[in-house]
Design a protein around this ligand. Structure first.
Ligand code: 6GU
Length: 272
């Protein structure tokens, strides 16, 4: 498989793209794993609307031998195989020619810096991205040092290959591109909501198997509902991820609510 062309359809984009589309190039020996992910739902729609242009590149298309070999035994001996440098150099050259300049290049590897929402935001602000997925025991060091601008990991555990990690990054970045999310969802990304966990959501029925819905949500009083939601965001964040509060944008009202929540908690503990 060569380059996956951006999806074309006859529909007019519902929103005109703000500028040039974001270009996302992915290099892998398992393009099939990633292809389905790029052809569904939110990412599919972003491509159809011209917000996102995707190139999926099979590393084996850039080998020169009959067997399309991408790995070899390590110099110095030892178990396992190492992914060869030349196919990576060739594919990066091809992507550079295709896009007019070399995109910011990320190697996904458990040795990288841990991925985060903040990094996703920064990467979404670039023109595009080239993601290199590694496999086997490792990748020739010259790929990391010469081709990759950075190495990124999802966390402290080891996956079999970089494809799933790349998909996580693609999804986190794509939803932040201008126009990809609807107005309401995009609003939540803004500072008011950022940095805190979400409040609980409910929808009909109002009672199900004896389980109710908080009265305030049925009241129609939007001011009270806003206050309740903010309070529940603070409550959840305090309970589950208190360290997030250090970086969150908190108003004086928030701090007052947090004091109340702490008193509530103390009173409860005393009653038990
Ligand atoms: Cl980016 N790659 C692999 N192979 N394993 C991982 C990872 C990446 N992030 C966490 N574990």
């Amino acid at each position: 498989m060569g380059i996956l062309k951006p999806t074309t359809n006859n529909q007019q984009p519902t929103t005109a793209p703000a500028g040039r589309p974001y270009t996302l190039d992915i290099v892998t020996i398992f393009p099939g794993i990633i292809e389905s992910h790029l052809s569904e739902s939110l990412i599919k729609r972003a491509r159809e609307r011209g917000l996102l242009v995707v190139g999926l590149h099979d590393l084996r298309d850039y080998t020169e031998d009959r067997h399309r070999t991408v790995d070899d035994a390590p110099y110095g001996g030892g178990a396992g195989m190492v992914m060869k440098a030349p196919p990576f150099f060739a594919v990066v050259d091809a992507v550079t020619a295709l896009r007019g300049s070399k995109p910011h290049t990320i190697m996904v590897t458990p040795q990288g810096q841990t991925f985060s929402q903040k990094r996703a935001q920064e990467l979404a602000g670039m023109d595009g991205l080239l993601i290199l997925c590694g496999h086997y025991e490792g990748v020739d060091e010259r790929v990391r040092t010469t081709l990759a601008d950075e190495e990124v990991s999802l966390g402290d555990y080891v996956l079999m290959g970089g494809e799933v990690a790349a998909m996580v990054m693609i999804e986190a970045i794509s939803r932040l591109l201008p126009g990809v999310l609807g107005a309401t969802e995009a609003h939540k990304e803004e500072s008011h909501y950022a940095g805190l966990l979400e409040y609980p959501h409910y929808t009909r029925p109002a009672e199900y198997r004896g389980l109710g819905v908080p009265e305030v949500l049925l009241s129609g009083n939007h001011g009270l509902i806003e206050l309740w939601r903010r309070r529940e965001m603070l409550r959840r964040t305090m309970q589950r991820r208190p360290e997030l509060l250090l970086k969150a944008d908190l108003t004086d009202d928030d701090k007052a609510v947090m004091c109340e929540l702490m008193k509530e908690k103390k009173a409860k503990a005393n009653n038990e």
